[in-house]
Design a protein around this ligand. Structure first.
Ligand code: ZN
Length: 207
């Protein structure tokens, strides 16, 4: 079984960075998003649902091969803050388990369902909770240009953009967002790479 590690790219600390994140997948659109990212030398972080792993093994393999990162978005999209401790643990641990078993991969980050966080959730996991700065509202807005415009007009360096790889319009929006932001000098990074970048910049600032 191969071991997937994050392939750290060379990130220029003087250029802006942005992390695209996709929740609720994989879906039939995920493959197209991964291919587009690869063609454009970009990557993203996919916060997946554990119950979709068996259906999309090939997609997930390609996701990892192409330098993307996978995070935990619960097993079956239950509202985590409304669960008791046992149910909550199961929702998180089942994803860790299936990713370890099938890909020898351990997600490091948790994106809570509905962005909901409470004390019980914080105490029940070692995974780092990752929310977002820019919400594209792609679940609501039906027009890919408008989705793209929200991302492009609101983003600043270091931001995390929230999208969902469960819509065709989101794929189309990605094909607009990536080239436009690259033209502006943005580097697309995973959440792990973003943390590295922030750490590096802190070190550079303190010297
Ligand atoms: Zn979700």
């Amino acid at each position: 079984m191969p071991t997937y590690k994050e392939k750290y790219k060379t990130i220029d600390p003087n250029k802006p960075v942005v992390a695209l994140t996709f929740d609720d997948g994989p879906s039939k659109y995920t493959k197209k998003i991964i291919e587009f990212l690869k063609e454009n030398d970009a990557c993203a972080t996919f916060f997946i649902l554990g119950n979709k792993v068996p259906i999309y093994e090939e997609t997930l393999t390609n996701m990892l091969k192409n330098g993307n990162e996978i995070g935990n978005h619960s097993y079956s999209h239950k509202w985590l803050t409304r669960l008791n401790k046992t149910e909550l643990n199961n929702q998180i641990k089942q994803v860790q388990k299936i990713m370890k078993e099938r890909f020898n991969y351990t997600p490091k980050y948790l994106r809570p369902t509905y962005g909901g966080v409470n004390e019980r959730l914080r105490n029940s996991t070692d995974l780092e909770i990752v929310l977002w700065n820019v919400d594209t509202m792609d679940w609501k807005i039906k027009n890919s240009k408008k989705i793209a415009l929200r991302a492009i007009s609101k983003v600043k360096s270091g931001d995390i953009i929230l999208m969902h790889d469960t819509y065709e319009r989101t794929f189309k929006a990605v094909t607009k967002i990536v080239p436009e932001l690259q033209k502006q000098g943005y580097q697309f990074v995973t959440i792990s790479e973003l943390k590295e970048y922030q750490l590096l910049n802190k070190v550079l600032e303190s010297n």
